[in-house]
Design a protein. Structure first.
Length: 89
């Protein structure tokens, strides 16, 4: 009787964890790809790399200015996009 409630609860918990992970990954991917509206994929990869370097150095405001200057992205969208870029370990 105990296994009748534990096993479905484990599967439901695993499914919920997978669903949360999938949604968070999807949101991260979509936010990072927003820049593709403003430029081509190769240039976007270059800009993402430069933004990551600036964020590692603690120069997030310089990264926002870089995005604004390179892509002519509005300030609020540039700031939001820079914050969404994850620093690689």
């Amino acid at each position: 009787m105990y296994l009748d409630t534990v096993i479905p609860a484990i599967f439901i918990g695993l499914f919920a964890c997978f669903l949360v992970f999938f949604v968070l990954t999807l949101i991260k991917t979509l936010r990072q790809r927003r820049v593709l509206k403003y430029t081509d994929p190769m240039r976007a990869m270059d800009i993402v790399g430069r933004v990551r370097q600036l964020k590692v150095r603690g120069q997030e405001e310089a990264a926002v200015l870089l995005v604004q200057n390179e892509l002519a992205m509005p300030a609020d969208k540039a700031r939001s996009w820079v914050k969404s870029i994850q620093m690689k370990p």
